[in-house]
Design a protein around this ligand. Structure first.
Ligand code: AMP
Length: 286
């Protein structure tokens, strides 16, 4: 595996592969690798010939009061994990390489629930930062396929929107959420959780379980499913920042569980802000 820090060296490295007709896969990350990241790398390894993982803690997607400075960084550990997963290129540019002096362009998905709901409502500017850096990474690497996690469901939808709207010739693959044995979704931010909060963090998965069980038992009212989900968090003393039932493709709120419905939630557990989601489906049953 080669670690590359400049766009020019990256292009040079990928030129031969492209000329030979080998396919390129990109896994964009902010590092602090866990099994969720590894699952994306393995999927890229299986589906494309040359696997590039970008490691860049993107400052423009953090709000002024968010955890940019504290975000866990350990490149040596990440490089070892990526190498083990069969990654060919670790692209780890410094901030000045991505945002040189004079940088003044933003890619912004405008309007609608897709960007204004859920994380978009809680984290102003976040998705502008995401859309801009992902567009830049797709232009730098020009991959055939880019791999994202369903863990960040809204991000994956926004990336698909950008790629369609800007005619970027990359297929977007969205991979399932990888969880700890107790159900907590893997996240770099789980590292912030002290033991007592780590135990309470399972509340998010329990809310999603309750939503799934309510629908399996025949409940079709979104409000009733939301009540069941919130109720499952109470014993853990965890309050959702939001818990929403929305159309899985547009993120518009729904009243009934008919098509595929995304249950998305965010909650603060001690020092960490965690997100999780699941897709509810009635499997054709009324
Ligand atoms: P991050 O480093 O947190 O920006 O995440 C990089 C990529 O990994 C994003 O596409 C995430 O959605 C994905 N990811 C993060 N956590 C998980 C997880 N638990 N399971 C699957 N994918 C994940």
């Amino acid at each position: 595996m080669r670690t590359i820090r400049t766009i020019e060296a990256l292009r040079q490295e990928l030129r031969a592969a492209r000329m030979d007709g080998r396919t390129i896969g990109l896994v964009p990350t902010m590092g602090a690798f866990h099994k969720g990241h590894v699952s994306l790398m393995e999927r890229a390894r299986a589906e494309t010939d040359v696997v590039v993982v970008s490691l860049f803690v993107n400052p423009t997607q953090f709000g002024p009061s968010e955890d940019l400075a504290a975000y866990p960084r350990d490149e040596a550990r990440d490089a070892a994990i990526a190498e083990q997963a069969g990654v060919d290129v670790l692209f780890a540019p410094p901030v000045e390489e991505v945002y040189p002096d004079g940088f003044q362009t933003t890619v912004s998905v405008v309007g609608g629930a897709l960007v204004n709901s859920l994380e978009g409502a809680q984290r102003p500017g976040h998705f502008d930062g995401v859309a801009t850096v992902v567009t830049k990474l797709l232009n730098m690497v020009q991959p055939n396929v880019a791999f994202f996690g369903q863990k960040d469901a809204q991000q994956a939808l926004i990336v698909r929107r950008v790629v369609r709207d800007l005619d970027i010739p990359t297929r977007i693959a969205v991979c399932p959420i990888v969880r700890e044995p107790d159900g907590l979704a893997m996240s770099s931010r789980n590292a912030y959780l002290p033991t007592s909060d780590r135990e309470r963090a399972v509340a998010l998965r329990r809310a999603l379980d309750a939503a799934e069980q309510a629908v399996a038992a025949g409940e079709r009212s979104a409000a009733a499913v939301a009540v069941a989900a919130r109720g499952a968090m109470e014993p853990y003393g965890v309050e959702p920042e939001y818990l929403a039932l929305v159309a899985a493709d547009t993120l518009a709120p729904v009243d009934r569980i008919e098509q595929e419905v995304l249950v998305a939630l965010a909650a603060r557990v001690g020092p960490a802000r965690l997100i999780d989601n699941t897709i509810l489906s009635t499997n054709g049953r009324p």
